[in-house]
Design a protein around this ligand. Structure first.
Ligand SMILES: [Zn+2]
Length: 299
């Protein structure tokens, strides 16, 4: 009898322990990745290789920058597109090319007005294995540009590639109105859109992804903590964010080490699950690639 009582006691004690640990799981934040964020393989979803970078940062230098920062793979678009192709030809295992409709004459403010820009996009999509169209800027869409927009949307659907769009939320709504089947990577997660707008957009559009380039100091507060709003949105839509450096000028290349370190700093505050997804797993799924640290040093 005594034994039975002892068992009963042990039984209820272990139940109590189980409850305690259950309670701990429920109320404690998820396991935070912390220092392990320093060694995650990264997918850099916002790289440009513009003409001005070609001579000071030849392809081998770009690849060593990626290697020394643990960046396994990158989504690259350039003005002109030749930059992207040069980098992709040098390191096809590490570079995913996307077609940016810019060149020496066409840039963020006037690309839609360029003669033959639709043909240029279509031709280069045929010629090279581009897996996206962008990054391009879109502010207000001039109704005169609607045929071009429709053509780009049609191409994206046909080729099954995402658009990579630098804009606030309205052009994203406009594009999804043209075709809700699109996949869009929202450059800089809307650049200046607050976290709650990004949350609302991601709730409304299940195929909307975002890269977080240029948002590092919105996500990370001065005291080195995560902004609570951003933390909530990043965890909630951990399946659809990717990090990015945005090497739009040579200062950004110069600063590449710091930029990547800063990204790892905010990733360190997320749950292990979310950090891995945002670091590389979302990109692996979106572009159907195997992304891991074994790629470092390869081309
Ligand atoms: Zn950019």
């Amino acid at each position: 009898m005594k034994y039975k009582r002892a068992f009963l006691f042990l039984g209820s004690f272990s139940l109590f322990l189980l409850q305690l640990s259950g309670w701990a799981f429920a109320t404690e934040p998820q396991d935070i990745i912390g220092k392990d964020a320093e060694t995650l393989p990264l997918f850099d979803a916002h790289v440009h290789y513009k003409r001005a970078a070609w001579s000071p940062y030849p392809p081998n230098v770009v690849l060593s920058l990626m290697d020394q920062n643990g960046v396994a793979m990158a989504l690259v678009s350039s003005s002109p597109d030749e930059g992207t192709i040069t980098l992709w030809e040098y390191a096809p295992k590490r570079i995913i090319p996307e077609m940016r409709p810019y060149n020496d004459q066409l840039g963020p403010s006037n690309w839609m007005k360029g003669a033959g820009v639709g043909d240029l996009i279509e031709k280069r999509l045929r010629q090279y294995p581009h897996e996206g169209i962008g990054e391009f800027h879109l502010h207000e869409v001039d109704p005169n540009d609607e045929p071009l927009m429709k053509r780009i949307v049609k191409l994206a659907i046909e080729k099954q590639v995402p658009l990579h769009v630098h804009s606030d939320h309205e052009p994203i709504e406009y594009l999804y109105n043209l075709n809700p089947e699109l996949t869009i990577i929202w450059a800089h997660a809307g650049m200046s859109e607050p976290a709650n707008v990004v949350e609302d957009m991601m709730s409304r559009y299940p195929t909307l992804y975002a890269d977080t380039s240029y948002r590092e100091t919105d996500i990370l507060t001065i005291s080195g903590e995560l902004d609570p709003e951003w933390k909530r949105v990043l965890e909630k839509f951990a399946d659809r964010f990717m990090v990015g450096s945005d090497t739009w000028n040579n200062d950004q290349w110069e600063d590449y080490d710091n930029l990547i370190t800063l990204n790892r700093k905010w990733l360190a505050h997320l749950s292990t699950d979310a950090a891995k997804k945002i670091a590389y797993q979302n990109a692996a799924q979106l572009f159907d690639r195997k992304i891991d640290s074994a790629l470092i040093g390869k081309r």
